[in-house]
Design a protein around this ligand. Structure first.
Ligand SMILES: [Zn+2]
Length: 115
């Protein structure tokens, strides 16, 4: 899965889009390298977008999901339902005094087939 791969590569660089600082081998100093763009994926357990920092799924994430699951709306809804369950639990743990609301809107409503 994509997330595991990201984990192996190490740190995400919040707020630094496409750029990261790494230690240069020769100079021993800090150099700037171009990284592939950060995808619009959820940052657990905050459920904010790794790229744009908005509540996930952000607009680009929705678009990507709709494209990925084009022609298989049922699988998309099942997937989103699973994520919604996970997000609800994690957010409720983070903020026990303010349990998350509007999760169905946020995770499912936009993905339902129209018409
Ligand atoms: Zn985003």
């Amino acid at each position: 899965m994509v997330e595991g791969e990201r984990g192996r590569r190490g740190v995400a660089w919040p707020g630094v889009r496409g750029l990261a600082f790494v230690r240069g081998r020769r100079a021993g100093g800090v150099v700037m390298v171009v990284r592939p763009p950060v995808p619009h994926v959820a940052m657990r357990p905050l459920w904010r977008c790794r790229n744009c920092g908005r509540e996930w799924p952000c607009q680009p994430a929705k678009l990507a999901l709709l494209t990925e699951y084009r022609g298989d709306r049922m699988s998309l809804l099942i997937y989103l339902g699973t994520l919604m369950h996970e997000a609800t639990n994690q957010l409720a743990q983070l903020h026990p005094e303010h349990p998350p609301t509007g999760m169905t809107e946020r995770f499912l409503s936009w993905a339902r087939a129209r018409g």
